[in-house]
Design a binder for this molecule. Structure first.
Ligand code: TYM
Length: 332
């Protein structure tokens, strides 16, 4: 059975982009077809300025939402990254294989570092080495497939390079993983700035639909989405990013094709209304289940404890063999 690994970072409330780009597929496809692990990658949240209490709250919320979105601990492993030491252990070894030039070429590093400097802040070293920790997350488990949104492709590409390099230099240790993306909505855009990704930690909050937004808030946000200057409803991601984003969201919610859907609408108003309704319906069961799970925090904690134990057992042998392969003396 193939091994699947993916994760979500607790740097903000989870969004419709996270759900359509990644989480939905984890619960509908991956956990049924693979030996799958899903992780709240809290160590990654420390790479930027953060409030410790907020990271804890967001980590708990993210884990609860993964379960609310349909991940079933009977079918897959759900856990928190910092509960499994193997991630940090392996990350250091991979830092000894990666180069600083490679890290500085990462688009997300360049964007986030520039934003941090523009705010007058300093860039943490861990922001630069972030992709190495992500590679460790993936490689520790012998992962075959990494289901993610579009924005993570470069990081998974780097993970592949590091795996191949380690294997060639120190002997075959890691599986070389591949990426999978959803057919539509692999990059959901901000409703108010449809040339930028809908990111959970962005400043343009009213353009972001959060998974826990109340139905009337979702409706308001979608109805206020920026559309384009043309009047007809056409699917063209480059030329008509606003309308195309709505068409993709609607298609992803209803299982259709954005180009075909475009032909069914003659006004932006009706497209927005249907999209808002579809998103509300999509989120309803997730929100209901989330509410139930919040009333049963002991259950969520139990799932995370058992998940971490399982994950540790899966990761340790491979990480131990990487330690030996690279030249470290076994502890005996
Ligand atoms: P994160 O937390 O930013 O996002 C979690 C998942 O959601 C996808 N995603 C989107 N997809 C479509 N449209 C959007 N607007 C959108 N925003 C986010 C992301 O592509 C991702 O699949 N570095 C990762 C977390 C990570 C990870 C890993 C992922 C750490 N280690 C190992 C996979 C494997 C991140 O920041 O995701």
């Amino acid at each position: 059975m193939k091994r699947v690994f993916s994760g979500v970072k607790p740097t903000g409330h989870l969004t419709l982009g996270n759900y359509l780009g990644a989480m939905r597929r984890w619960s509908t496809v991956d956990q049924h077809e693979a030996d799958a692990l899903f992780c709240v990658v809290d160590l990654h949240a420390l790479t930027v300025d953060h409030d410790p209490g907020r990271v804890q709250r967001l980590s708990r919320q993210a884990a609860t939402l993964l379960l609310a979105a349909g991940l079933d601990p009977e079918l897959c492993t759900v856990f928190v990254q910092s509960h499994v030491d193997e991630h940090a252990r392996l990350s250091y070894l991979l830092e000894c294989v990666a180069t600083d030039g490679e890290m500085r070429r990462m688009i997300q590093y360049k964007e986030k570092a520039a934003a941090e400097r523009a705010r007058g802040g300093s860039v943490r070293l861990s922001l630069l080495t972030y992709p190495v920790l992500m590679a460790a997350d993936i490689l520790a488990y012998g992962t075959d497939e990494v289901p993610v949104g579009d924005d993570q492709s470069q990081h998974v590409e780097l993970t592949r390079d590091l795996a191949v390099r380690f294997n060639q230099r120190y002997g075959r240790t890691f599986v070389v993983p591949r990426t999978t993306h959803p057919g539509v909505a692999a990059r959901v855009m901000n409703l108010l700035d449809p040339t930028s990704k809908m990111g959970k930690s962005d400043d343009v909050g009213p353009g972001i639909v959060y998974l826990l937004d109340e139905p009337d808030v979702v409706r308001k946000k979608v109805m206020r989405a920026v559309t384009d200057s043309g009047r007809d409803v056409a699917y063209d991601r480059e030329g008509r990013p606003g309308v195309s984003n709505l068409l993709e969201i609607l298609a992803a919610c209803e299982g259709g094709d954005p180009e075909e859907l475009a032909g069914a609408y003659d006004s932006y108003g009706s497209l927005k209304k249907d999209t808002a309704d579809a998103v509300v319906e999509l989120l309803r069961p997730v929100q209901e289940r989330h509410k139930e799970l919040c009333a049963d925090s002991a259950y969520v904690e139990g799932v995370l404890r058992a998940g971490a134990e399982k994950a540790r057992e899966m990761a340790r042998p491979r990480v131990d063999s990487a330690y030996r392969a690279i030249g470290l003396l076994p502890a005996g």
